[in-house]
Design a protein around this ligand. Structure first.
Ligand code: NDP
Ligand code: MG
Length: 410
């Protein structure tokens, strides 16, 4: 019966056609899991990853996409060779490098692009997807931190729609759905709004929330990679441990919701049940709550403006009967403070900070620098950078290049 429904909806084009960039990562795999649960609604047309062709091959068997992008050219050739010998998969087109990612993000027949590639490499495909007027589920936060002004300018020009996937931003987006002052158009997700007093982003506080400050210098890679509530990619897990993740999210919220910088607050909520809140001018506060799982924001982005059924149990308030809140410790989590400063300064500073952080986290992941070095070196780097206006993509790429070069050698 389900197979018949699947075939009818596919034949008559009722299914949402999906491209997933970063399909082998944490968000990408969760997206595919949700799609599998609603296979009559979604048709996976395109997949993209960096080099994990074993996982891509498995995904190709299950979802039978028309095209796959593998950033690494050698691996792309290897996947092509493998799929060519498998009946039913031999016609899948394989593309590679940044052009391949752009091709996937802009395919004519795609309705929805899940942008779940890790890091600043997502910038070009996101820009091109906007120009192609796609609806984009944006998990990648680095893109907005580096190029929020440009992305917003293009989004309005091309009337593309960006739906936040990051759980805090999805929470805010959901809280804003019923506000009559907010004009949500299909093509243009959200407009600035005077009925909001402030946005309150919640933070788990990461694995070192209760660690005394003097012990920060001994943090190991393994400790930094153990997040209390979420299983995520390595870069974002380290960012969560330094609280840079929350810093990036403040900047992300600033660009997504077009609110004054000083009206975005962060509060530590270790239980991670409230995913963020909106306080309105009349002092009413709306919060979005659920078990801490990325499945819900991913599912909401896929089905927006509808909601699909989930397999998650009814929420147990008695088991989860304690909600606590704390002020973030900016002395202990210098990265959060640096991100707040970067937003205050704006111009090229968030872009510079984002790329420098990406490089420093990578160096930490490769055991080249310590956990504390990430924030200390970042602070030094930011003090050397003179913020400049960034008018176009070239300016952004120049700033990223400078940050990359300096952060590699400091
Ligand atoms: P992962 O590290 O788990 O996955 C990263 C994905 O990006 C992989 O599929 C990887 O491919 C792909 N990738 C990396 N570089 C390239 C490239 N050059 N070309 C094509 N694909 C590439 O990351 P997450 O899924 O955790 O995070 C993805 C994004 O979503 C990040 O920006 C993160 O900040 C954001 N996010 C994640 C959340 C989470 O819970 N995980 C929550 C909120 C936001 P390969 O496997 O081949 O290397
Ligand atoms: Mg988040």
């Amino acid at each position: 019966m389900i197979e018949m429904l699947f075939s009818i909806t596919k034949t008559f084009g009722f299914m949402k056609k999906i491209a997933i960039l970063g399909s082998t990562g944490s968000i990408g795999k969760s997206t595919l899991k949700i799609i599998k649960q609603n296979i009559e609604l979604y048709d996976v047309v395109a997949l993209a990853a960096h080099s994990n062709i074993d996982e891509l091959e498995k995904q190709a068997h299950i979802f039978k996409p028309k095209i796959i992008a593998v950033f690494d050219e050698k691996k792309a050739k290897e996947l092509k060779r493998r799929l060519f010998s498998i009946t039913g998969l031999e016609h899948i087109k394989i593309v590679s490098s940044i052009e391949g990612l752009v091709e996937i993000a802009t395919l004519d027949e795609i309705d929805f692009v899940m942008m779940a590639v890790q890091g600043s490499i997502a910038l070009k495909p996101t820009i091109e997807a906007i120009k192609a007027k796609k609806t984009i589920g944006l998990a990648n936060k680095e893109v907005l931190v580096a190029a929020g002004d440009l992305i917003n300018k293009l989004k309005h020009k091309y009337r593309a729609c960006i739906i936040p996937v990051d759980s805090e931003h999805s929470a805010i987006f959901q809280c804003l759905q019923n506000d009559v002052n907010i004009k949500i158009k299909k093509e243009n997700a959200i407009k600035p709004n005077s009925s909001i007093k402030r946005l309150i982003l919640t933070a788990s506080g990461g694995p070192f929330l209760n660690l005394p400050k003097e012990k920060l210098k001994n943090i190991s890679l393994k400790e930094a990679l153990s997040h209390p509530n979420f299983s995520m990619g390595r870069k974002i897990t380290v960012d969560s441990s330094t609280m840079m993740n929350k810093g990036l999210e403040i900047i992300e919220a600033y660009h997504l919701f077009n609110i004054e910088k000083e009206n975005i607050d962060v509060i530590v909520h270790p239980e991670q049940i409230i995913h963020s809140m909106v306080e309105f001018q009349d002092s009413s506060i709306l919060a979005q709550m659920s078990e801490p799982t990325m499945d819900i924001p991913i599912s909401y982005a896929l089905s927006y403006p509808n909601r699909e059924k989930s397999n998650i149990q009814k929420f147990d308030f008695i088991k989860n009967n304690k909600f606590t809140f704390f002020q973030p410790d900016l002395k202990k989590f210098l990265c959060l403070k640096l991100a707040m400063q970067a937003l205050k300064i704006s111009k090229s500073m968030p872009c510079f900070m984002n790329m420098a952080n990406e490089v420093l986290v990578n160096r930490f992941l490769n055991n080249k620098i310590s956990w504390l070095d990430i924030s200390n070196k970042l602070e030094k780097l930011m003090s050397f950078h003179s913020p400049q206006n960034m008018l176009d993509l070239k300016d952004i790429l120049d700033v990223e290049e400078e940050a990359h070069r300096r952060a590699l050698t400091i």
